[in-house]
Design a protein around this ligand. Structure first.
Ligand code: HEM
Length: 178
């Protein structure tokens, strides 16, 4: 993952738990905490930070990763407002993630670690996103979707019945929007 992801994680941990906690996590995972936004760092380093944070806080890793996704969203929005059209709905936005946003991210950063989403768009109020990635960060996707829903002021429910962590080929994120 890119340094920007690590820097956002540092920001979230410092904001929510304080600088000492972030320092302790860096120490526990033997990292210096210097991350250049556009440079790539091993995914394992991020997973180690999450595991250390989970151990220290007693909060399950899945919940931490989801909270991180939710925290990331407004930052992605701030930095990429051109992807957001006025009057866009949450569903319209989510359909652009794989077809437009991540395509543009990939053009700018060919080495970016991005997931693949396939969509099943059966009716107006529902959308199924099939998440696939060797990183299995489906909970990050859930958090980003939660962040997007807050941004679009849209209530939704999400079912995540098939999961790569249980051996499924992809994660099935089925959304119903109000
Ligand atoms: C609800 C909307 C979104 C979802 C569900 C989503 C999903 C994800 C997930 C799950 C990852 C982690 C990598 C992986 O799973 O393999 C990721 C990475 C990333 N996404 Fe998205 N994303 C969303 C919106 C955005 C937006 C608005 C941007 C802004 C440009 C963006 C840019 C990126 C970048 C830069 C990375 C990290 C690439 C790297 O570290 O190499 N995403 N996305």
């Amino acid at each position: 993952m890119k340094g920007i992801v690590f820097n956002l994680m540092a920001e979230m941990v410092e904001e929510k738990f304080g600088l000492e906690v972030w320092d302790a996590l860096l120490q526990a995972t033997q990292q210096d905490g210097v991350f250049v936004s556009t440079e790539k760092y091993p995914d394992e380093k991020l997973f180690e930070l999450v595991a250390a944070a989970s151990e220290k806080s007693g909060i399950p890793a899945n919940d931490l990763v989801k909270a991180f996704g939710e925290y990331m969203f407004p930052h992605f929005y701030q930095q990429n407002q051109n992807f957001f059209k006025p009057d866009m709905t949450l569903k319209e936005f989510l359909l652009t993630v794989d077809r437009v946003i991540h395509v543009e991210v990939r053009k700018l950063h060919p080495d970016a670690s991005l997931p693949e989403f396939k969509y099943v768009d059966e009716c107006d109020e529902e959308l199924t996103m099939l998440y696939n990635s060797p990183r299995k960060l489906c909970m990050l996707a859930e958090g980003l979707i939660a962040g997007a829903a807050t941004h679009f002021q849209t209530e939704y429910t999400l079912e995540h019945n098939e999961c790569m962590h249980d051996g499924a080929e992809h994660c099935k994120l089925h959304l119903k929007v109000a």
